[in-house]
Write a protein of this length. Structure first.
Length: 278
């Protein structure tokens, strides 16, 4: 249809994931290198541009888009040039699961895939609720989940909601900067690190040692995990994979150990996919 965008530039992996789930990836003419981390093959034959924070207006305009999708924080200078060029701009700024559903609906609406967007939202809600029902009567261990290490920052609100759905009690204020001493004082039973841009390469043993967390319950019980960045920090349907990873970390007796989850262990024995050492 003539009024729908045909040349989309995505400056955010979540937007790329949503477009792919909507069956609209053919409209994508440029994306970031981080998009390829969550949508393998998406970069083939497409321009690679900087992300929302480092966006370069010349790169974006060279793709001749009729829609640019980005997320906060934006690069204000690039945004100004995009708007001056008369290009439609969709800015996403989710903070919780409800916001993510709204963003999916917004992208679906703008590309004319409303019904498929509703199906994507319904599927996310259904899978999250299914996990919640599985753990409803189980003990709820305390969980500290971090999205960055220096400074130490707790994961976002949507991650806190996933932790609660997976049967844990999220410690601290989501998205807030914490001190290592304060986290140690809370003595979480489970520790999860999912650093932005780090993939699955968070140095678990190193951060435990440097922060003096040796006496923490999670460390003493070898319940220290990393989850691949794209599974928790991409506010899109990929969060369902992150949910399964969180659920396996919190309740390993109930959920299989999935791809993207890595654990500190104290022995050289590998147990049901657990990776010994780090």
């Amino acid at each position: 249809m003539a009024h729908l965008p045909e040349r989309i530039v995505s400056l955010q992996p979540s937007a790329t994931v949503i477009l792919a789930g909507l069956g609209q990836i053919e409209r994508l003419v440029a994306c970031t290198r981080y998009c390829a981390d969550v949508c393998p093959g998406v970069a083939n034959g497409r321009l690679i541009v900087a992300d929302s924070w480092t966006a370069n207006s010349e790169q974006i305009l060279a793709a001749r888009p009729d829609l640019v999708i980005a997320a906060v924080p934006y690069q204000e200078k690039a945004l100004s040039q995009i708007l001056k060029a008369g290009i439609r701009f969709l800015g996403l700024a989710p903070s919780n699961l409800a916001d993510i559903y709204t963003d999916i609906g917004a992208v679906a609406g703008i590309v004319g895939a409303y019904d498929r967007g509703e199906g994507m939202i319904d599927n996310m809600r259904r899978e999250i609720e299914a996990v919640r029902k599985q753990v409803r009567d189980l003990p709820r261990p305390t969980v500290f989940c971090e999205e960055w290490g220096k400074p130490l920052i707790a994961s976002q609100r949507w991650v806190a909601e996933l932790v609660e759905a997976a049967g844990g009690e999220f410690l601290g204020e989501a998205g807030s900067e914490r001190s290592a001493e304060a986290v140690l004082a809370e003595n979480p039973a489970v520790l999860i690190a999912a650093w932005c841009g780090a993939g699955d390469r968070v140095p678990l043993e190193k951060i435990v040692r440097q922060r003096g967390w040796g006496t923490m319950q999670a460390v003493r019980d070898s319940r220290v995990y990393s989850i691949s960045d794209e599974l928790l920090n991409t506010p899109a349907p990929t969060l369902l994979q992150g949910l399964r990873a969180i659920a396996a970390a919190i309740h390993p007796e109930l959920f299989d150990f999935p791809r993207g989850l890595r654990q500190i262990t104290r022995t050289k024995d590998s147990r049901r996919g657990h990776v010994p050492g780090v």
